[in-house]
Design a protein around this ligand. Structure first.
Ligand code: GDP
Length: 364
C-alpha cells in the first residue's frame, strides 16, 4: 500500500503524483482510466491495485510490470523514484476543475485524450485552456490507433516499435492523421511531438499513440507518466510535512455515519486530529475518530472492508469517520488545526474558498 506510514523518505523518494484524465466526450477517457486502473494485468502477476475512494492507488509493482517494454523511456536506467500513482476515478474537466487543494487544482499531471480519427474537438480545446490556465502539465494520448487501416496490435512492445512494424499504408494513415493533429495543436498555440521524437519536453507536449481498447501504447503512456513525474515534476512531488488534503466524497456508511473520503497529497493525518472542512452552512470543525483504508488487495466497492490506521501519510485516499460531517462538501481542502488561533485561521480560509466557489457557480 502506498498509504504507508513506514515509508523511508530520502532525497530520491517522491510522493505519488495525482493523475486525471480529460478530453472530448467519446475520445476514450473512461476506457483509458479503466486500463490504467486495471486490477489484473493479463497473467495476473501484477495485481494488487487497491480500489480507493474516488481515486485508485496503483502501486509500484504494477507499474514496474506494466512498463517493462518501455523501460528505456525512464531516465536513470529505468529507476523508479515514485511509490505509485493516484488516479482520479472520474474523467472530465469538471472533476479537474472542482477538486481543489488550497485553491489550486488537485491534479499534478493530466492525460489529455484525443481521438486520432477526430482530432481536436470542442471539449479537447476547453480542456487545453483549463490545463494551461491552471499550469497543469499534461501528456497527450492519441487514442484509438487500432482504427487506423490495417492496424496490427501488439501490446507487449513499446508503441514506437509497434508503429515501425506496421505496413506502409497503415504508417501513411498514421502520418496523415498525426500531421493534421499537429496543425490543430499549433492553432491552439501548442507545440506537440511524438514522445520518442520530443526535442525538448519543456517546449513540446509529448504525444503517446494508444489504444485503450487493445492496450497498445498503454505501457508507453504509463512510462511517460513516470518519466515526466520524475523529471519535470520532481521538485513539485517532493515530500513535505505541510498538510495538503482534499475531500473527494461524502458518504454515509452503515455503522460509521457520514464519512468523508480524503485525498491526502502531502503530510499526515492521525486519529484525534482536529480538522476543518467546508460545509453547506460554513466551515465544520471536528475531530478524526477513525482513519480507514481499504484492506490491502481488496476492491473496496465489492467488499466494504477497511483497515483501521492510527496515522496515514500521503499520497493516498483515506476514509475519515468523525462527528458532524453530515453537511460537508466534496471538492474542498481539509485543514488540521492545533491551536484555537489555527482553528479561526482555517475557518476563515474555508469561508474564503466557499465564497469563491459560490461566486464561480453564479458566473456560470
Ligand atoms: P469517454 O466519453 O471519453 O469516457 O469515452 P469512452 O471511454 O466511454 O469511449 C467511448 C467509446 O469509444 C466506447 O465505445 C469505447 O469502447 C470506445 N473506445 C475507447 N477507446 C478506444 C480505442 O482505443 N479504440 C477503439 N476502437 N474504441 C475505443
Amino acid at each position: 500500500n502506498i498509504c504507508n506510514e513506514d515509508l523511508v523518505q530520502t532525497k530520491d523518494t517522491l510522493r505519488a503524483p495525482v493523475i486525471c484524465v480529460l478530453g472530448h466526450v467519446d475520445a476514450g477517457k473512461t476506457t483509458i482510466l479503466d486500463n490504467l486502473r486495471r486490477t489484473h494485468v493479463q497473467d495476473n502477476e501484477a495485481g494488487g491495485i487497491t480500489q480507493q475512494m474516488g481515486a485508485t492507488n496503483v502501486p509500484l509493482d504494477t507499474i514496474v510490470e506494466r512498463t517493462k517494454m518501455s523501460r528505456k523511456l525512464i531516465s536513470r536506467q529505468g529507476d523508479f523514484m515514485i511509490p505509485g500513482l493516484l488516479i482520479i476515478d472520474t474523467p472530465g474537466h469538471a472533476i479537474f476543475q472542482n477538486l481543489r487543494s488550497r485553491g489550486s487544482s488537485l491534479c499534478d499531471l493530466a492525460i489529455l485524450v484525443v481521438d486520432i480519427m477526430n482530432g481536436l474537438q470542442a471539449q479537447t480545446i476547453e480542456s487545453i485552456r483549463l490545463l494551461i490556465d491552471r499550469q497543469t502539465p499534461f501528456i497527450i494520448a492519441l487514442n484509438k490507433i487500432d482504427l487506423l487501416y490495417g492496424w496490427k496490435s501488439n501490446k507487449e512492445k513499446d508503441v514506437e516499435s509497434v508503429l515501425e512494424e506496421q505496413d506502409s499504408f497503415t504508417q501513411d494513415h498514421f502520418e496523415k492523421r498525426y500531421d493534421e493533429i499537429i496543425v490543430q495543436f499549433a492553432k491552439q498555440g501548442l507545440n506537440v511531438a511524438l514522445y520518442y521524437k520530443n526535442p525538448n519536453p519543456n517546449e513540446y507536449y509529448s504525444m503517446v499513440p494508444t489504444s485503450a481498447r487493445s492496450g497498445d501504447g498503454m505501457g508507453s503512456l504509463i512510462a511517460m507518466i513516470i518519466e515526466t513525474s520524475q523529471t519535470n515534476l520532481a521538485k513539485h512531488l517532493s515530500y513535505t510535512n505541510e498538510l495538503q488534503a482534499t475531500v473527494m466524497e461524502v458518504k454515509a456508511i452503515h455503522g460509521l455515519g457520514t464519512t468523508i473520503d480524503v485525498a491526502l497529497i502531502n503530510g499526515c493525518l492521525s486519529v484525534g486530529d482536529k480538522i476543518i472542512v467546508g460545509g453547506q452552512e460554513g466551515p465544520i470543525v471536528t475531530q478524526i475518530r477513525r482513519l480507514l483504508i481499504p484492506e490491502s488487495n481488496q476492491e473496496l466497492r465489492d467488499t466494504n472492508q477497511y483497515e483501521n490506521k492510527d496515522k496515514v501519510m500521503g499520497t493516498c485516499v483515506v476514509k475519515i469517520a468523525a462527528k458532524d460531517l453530515e453537511k460537508s462538501l466534496a471538492g474542498l481542502p481539509l485543514f488540521i488545526a492545533r491551536t484555537h488561533d489555527e482553528i479561526d485561521y482555517f475557518k476563515n480560509e474555508i469561508e474564503l474558498i466557499l465564497t469563491t466557489v459560490l461566486n464561480s457557480f453564479k458566473l456560470k
